[in-house]
Unconditional design. Structure first.
Length: 395
């Protein structure tokens, strides 16, 4: 089972690439909770804190394709580090504004600015994997490993924030975001595979937009709907914990959901697949529906624990398949931009899914977000038929 992962990590520099990318992206897993708690402590309003976090996410989604295009045009080092430094400065301003008792509008604007400046390390990693691995089977395993590391960020990041706040304050957590962003980005750029890749120095030539690929445009719909489905579950799990009478179990259910995703990703990356990539993607979306459906009937913490792990099993495999599809659909010279478009669609879907998932709880009960999630995943599977034939054969 581990032989496929060894084939990925045996490439010189690959272990350091994954490790440095994990450190570089850790602020992404910390930012939402840190900003939420900082704005809540300053304004004493969860509504204002939620808007600030939403502004961060939406600004990230809106600006990510532009940053990806800049990376493709000028090179990773010339874009990632300057934007990391700029984001660190905005985090510092956010801390100063909070300590000065700034108004809600100022805190929300600064949160949005921080999100807009987020260095697109994750898309850069996925584009780089496509560049350094020639064997498609090994590349699929590399994408699966990348999905597992992404889940690690969402588990470790909130825990780090919780630890810092328990020891110091929300201001210290946000300040650490800036330090970590610059240090992690610098570490990532010093990875040998990043330094010596073909786009490390930037070509500086005019490039075609990633959206010129009809396959990529067709993929954005299912990706956004997948985000909607996951956003609904992200709201539904804490609601399930509260319904069962245990507020602390909210974090446990969300963590187990990520653990399930990591487990599914390990299994997916270790298998040798003979089905076509398009067919596999569509089937995985159906599996996502099947794995999420038991949450509709869950009403206790014990049931929630089992169903949360089950609901996560298909997430990392779906993401791995998405990355492979992007790799085969991308227009040459716009690799990073293509992956940022997928990230933007996913983030936008997550925001919409969280909003609708929270709204349907009041009318449909604790199982309503999971019903909505299943419907969104099924619609994504149906839409996926539209582009499946285009990616039947390896590029």
């Amino acid at each position: 089972m581990l032989s496929k992962y060894r084939s990925v990590l045996s490439l010189p520099g690959a272990p350091r690439l994954f490790a440095s990318a994990l450190v570089g992206r850790l602020p992404q897993g910390m930012s939402s909770l840190a900003i939420l708690l900082l704005v809540r402590a300053t304004t004493h309003s969860y509504a204002a804190a939620g808007v600030a976090v939403g502004a961060f996410a939406l600004a990230t989604a809106a600006c990510a394709p532009l940053l990806g295009r800049l990376v493709d045009h000028f090179g990773r080092a010339r874009v990632l580090l300057p934007f990391a430094c700029a984001q660190a400065c905005v985090y510092a301003l956010l801390v100063v504004a909070a300590q000065a008792g700034a108004g809600v509008v100022a805190l929300i604007v600064l949160s949005g600015m921080a999100g807009a400046l987020l260095p697109p390390i994750a898309p850069a990693v996925r584009a780089l994997l496509r560049e350094v691995f020639d064997d498609q089977a090994v590349l699929d395993t590399a994408y699966a490993l990348e999905s597992i590391f992404q889940e690690t960020i969402w588990i470790v990041g909130p825990l780090v924030v919780a630890l810092i706040i328990a020891i110091t304050s929300p201001e210290a957590a946000v300040a650490l975001l800036g330090v970590e962003c610059v240090a992690g980005t610098s570490l990532f750029l010093r990875s040998p595979l990043v330094r010596y890749s073909s786009t490390a120095d930037g070509a500086g030539q005019e490039r075609v937009s990633a959206l010129s690929s009809p396959e990529l445009r067709a993929l954005l719909g299912p990706v956004a709907l997948t985000g909607v489905a996951l956003g609904a579950v992200e709201v539904g799990l804490p609601s399930l914990a509260l319904h069962a009478g245990s507020r602390p179990a909210s974090g446990l259910l969300l963590a187990l959901w990520s653990v399930g995703s990591m487990t599914g990703g390990l299994w997916y990356g270790a298998r040798i697949w003979r089905s076509s990539l398009g067919t596999r993607y569509q089937l995985l979306l159906v599996v996502l529906v099947i794995c999420t459906a038991p949450l509709i009937a869950a009403r206790s913490i014990a049931a929630g624990i089992v169903c949360s792990v089950l609901a996560g099993l298909a997430i990392a495999p779906v993401f791995s398949c998405q990355y492979a599809l992007v790799g085969r659909s991308v227009t040459p010279g716009s690799e990073t931009e293509a992956f940022t478009w997928v990230s933007a669609a996913l983030i936008g879907g997550l925001a919409a899914g969280s909003a609708v998932g929270g709204a349907v709880i009041g009318r449909g009960g604790v199982g309503a977000p999971f019903v909505f999630s299943c419907l969104a995943s099924m619609l994504a599977a149906v839409i996926a038929v539209g582009f499946r034939s285009r990616v039947q054969q390896p590029a």
